[in-house]
Design a protein around this ligand. Structure first.
Ligand code: GLA
Length: 698
């Protein structure tokens, strides 16, 4: 009998928990009693505490009251539960902002904001940092070695930027470290354009709509990089304080669902574990599925991205709602069964946990109608409570999955520099400009729907070891970080298969176009030379005309849309040419053989027909094997896989449709951990049903 494997925080099995805000109930001890009576009934073993507890912990400056938190810690320990203890920096108490209004954030027009809400402080503020550090130091000393403590939950969903003088001064220091001299900065920013040359560091300001705007792209890019590094620095300070008494408990900060504006690689660098808050709009009205398939696949995409930031670790789903999210346009309830399925979706993609916002809904404030395990009108006999119990049952049965990884041999590339540059900064036509993450998502979806596990990684990040992957898909990889072409070339030479294309390899990491239009190394890699970029209206198209007998075995014609590069061959072989206009006959799809590997270049965007055909042809030619033969999965069902260190595999079949569906298992057979049944031949999943087959080393 194997022992239960350890999860990412070093405890056995999977984690089921929630945000717990007893600080909102000082007047109601009977509520706290009830909470601890019901936690085991719900199957909640972990609580994220103190996320917004500052005002209660430090009711006036320098006077701490830990009594209530001591009590909760003791109760948690008695109950055999664990704490994710938050540093409460996300929301400042009123005494602080009243006495030190300079800690408040300044907007891009120079207006200092008024006190209130949360995440309304300046990350550079010396006073704010001091106050946070003082409280965190107390927390570290008091609870840092407490047996019930499992994780430091560092603040909550950092986001936003501040335009105060201190932040701008910090930006200038950051720039000095990056460039050393103004000459180097002016060169990197091409600032002689429109006479923007800087002759003193103090002249540099943040880009603002009524100032420098979007005209100096290097400035815009560096401001965003600085913003992420500034938060990383703030986080580093928070962690140093909680660790100052020797606590060795791991740390995580929960990434914000819409907070992709901050580079997740940069801001999580000081932390030990990646965590993410998922609020999918599964209710959106999108056909043909009964829930919004785009939203579902997007969740999977981001979840794989969490795994890509730390490829050797599971990650934590730190928040999701057990029913609805009141801030959505249509806060539709999760239909029966969907909750358990969405929890399993996160687990399938490498999470070792499911935690909720929140345990008990408050009676007042903005989130009183937000879904919670215990809603104001609910209780242990409610439907939501039963849904949570069904997730408990699944997570308990899936304990053997803890610590395993959602590995893949195909990866889609995604990074923030390229996202910022193409969604906010790029100056080539506004039509279709924001396509960057959607192109990635579309390509990811081909894998999601066809039982091909697919990672999402920043291929140029040091932590990304390309040798893990057989195939890398790199759409719109517009900016090339220094050293990346060499890394990529070495991987291709060793046998890697790269698919890239339009809008890739145009500029260096400062957004400067390469002399001659292409980096020489990139040109050699793709076997092309670039001349022009055409843009079509959304209702126009050109054509990919497949060359007879091409190496991919593709036939016929497909639409070439939106952005179309006019390239010349420089070593690559033509697989398809354009069909129309003055560039008919020019290369539209090519392959370049480099060492033992292949580089495919798709010179224009395509619609789904071509994407589907091309990806399937690449799998065929390069022996990327779906977990099940093509066409096995019915629409709305996905198959994901986690692999344990000892080689044991867990195959997650997830049915996102509101009706039962059957999948043929072919050679796959194993025990469904959720039911204990041996499965082979065919597997029928009920509406929103799931099965997790345990396969291999037992
Ligand atoms: C975020 C926050 C939580 C809560 C939820 C509501 O994820 O971290 O505190 O506000 O949203 O959906």
């Amino acid at each position: 009998m194997k022992s239960t494997p350890l999860n990412v925080v070093g405890l056995p099995g999977l984690i089921h928990g929630c945000d717990y805000n007893p600080d909102q109930w000082p007047h109601a001890p009977e509520v706290i009693e009830e909470d601890f009576r019901l936690f085991p009934e719900a199957g909640i073993g972990f609580v994220s505490l103190n996320i917004f507890g500052w005002a209660r912990l430090e009711p006036e400056e320098g006077r701490y009251d830990f009594g209530w938190l001591d009590d909760i810690f003791a109760r948690v320990q008695n109950a055999g539960m664990k704490v994710f203890l938050s540093t409460p920096s996300a929301a400042a108490p009123n005494w602080l902002t009243h006495r030190y209004p300079e800690v408040l954030r300044v907007d891009e027009r120079g207006h200092r904001r008024f006190p209130g809400t949360r995440m309304n402080f300046c990350p550079s503020s010396r006073i704010y940092r001091e106050k946070v550090a003082a409280l965190n130091t107390e927390l570290g000393a008091r609870y840092g070695k407490h047996p019930a403590l499992a994780l430091w939950h560092i603040s909550n969903e950092y986001h936003g930027v501040c335009y105060c003088d201190d932040c701008e001064a910090g930006f200038r220091t950051w720039l000095k470290n990056r460039y050393g001299t103004l000459d180097a900065l002016n060169a990197a920013w091409w600032s002689s354009f429109w006479s923007r040359t800087y002759t003193a560091w103090d002249q540099i300001r943040a880009p603002r709509p009524d100032g420098e705007g979007n005209s100096i792209h290097g400035l815009c890019l560096d401001w965003r990089r600085f913003g992420s590094d500034l938060w990383a620095d703030f986080i580093t300070g928070e962690i140093a304080a909680v660790r100052s008494s020797g606590s060795t408990i791991p740390t995580a900060t929960n990434l914000h669902p819409g907070g992709l504006k901050l580079d997740a690689w940069r801001i999580t660098a000081p932390t030990d574990i990646i965590s993410w808050d998922a609020y999918p709009a599964y209710h959106a009205k999108v056909e043909p599925w009964s829930v919004a398939w785009n939203s579902i696949v997007y969740q999977s995409f981001i979840q794989q991205l969490c795994g890509g930031i730390r490829p050797d670790q599971p990650w934590l789903l730190m928040e999701t709602t057990p029913s609805s999210a009141n801030w959505m346009e249509v806060p539709k309830l999760k239909r029966p069964g969907l909750h358990r399925l969405t929890v399993l979706q996160s687990i399938a993609h490498g999470a070792d946990s499911a935690l909720y916002f929140q345990w008990r809904a408050g009676r007042g404030g903005e989130e009183k109608f937000h879904g919670a395990v215990l809603e104001n009108s609910g209780g242990p006999s409610s439907r939501v409570f039963a849904d949570v119990q069904s997730a408990t049952d699944a997570l308990t049965r899936l304990a053997p999955v803890a610590g395993s990884l959602a590995r893949a041999e195909v990866a889609v590339g995604f990074d923030w520099d390229n996202w910022w540059l193409q969604s906010e900064i790029l100056s080539h036509g506004s039509c279709g400009r924001c396509h960057y993450p959607w192109e990635q998502l579309d390509l990811y979806r081909e894998h999601w729907e066809n039982a091909v596990p697919c990672a999402v990684v920043d291929p140029s990040a040091d932590i990304t070891d390309l040798s893990r992957y057989r195939m890398l898909i790199l759409p719109q990889h517009y900016a090339l970080r220094s050293g990346f072409v060499e890394k990529l070339t070495a991987w291709v030479e060793a046998g890697g298969v790269l698919l890239t294309g339009v809008l890739s390899g145009w500029v260096d990491e400062n957004d400067l176009v390469f002399p001659g239009g292409m980096d020489a190394g990139w040109s050699r890699l793709v076997g092309l030379r670039r001349e022009e970029l055409d843009q079509l209206y959304p209702d126009e198209h050109n054509r990919f005309v497949l060359a007879p007998g091409n190496a991919l075995g593709l036939e016929g014609e497909f639409n070439a849309i939106m952005k179309l590069e006019l390239n010349h061959l420089a070593g690559a072989e033509v697989l398809a040419t354009y069909g129309d206009d003055f560039y008919a006959g020019r290369p539209a799809l090519t392959v370049n053989k480099v060492g033992k590997g292949f580089v495919y270049y798709q010179a224009a965007r395509s619609d789904q027909d071509f994407r589907t055909a091309l990806i399937a042809a690449l799998w065929r030619r390069h022996d990327v094997r779906p977990l099940l033969p093509a066409g096995s999965l019915p629409p709305g069902m996905t198959l994901q896989r986690r692999i344990a260190a000892d080689g044991q595999e867990f195959w997650f079949f997830l049915n996102f449709r509101r009706e039962a569906q059957t999948v043929r298992l072919h050679d796959c057979a194993g025990q469904d951990l959720l039911t204990g049944r041996e499965c082979s031949g065919e597997l029928t999943l009920p509406a929103y049903g799931a099965a997790v087959l345990s396969i291999g080393a037992n």
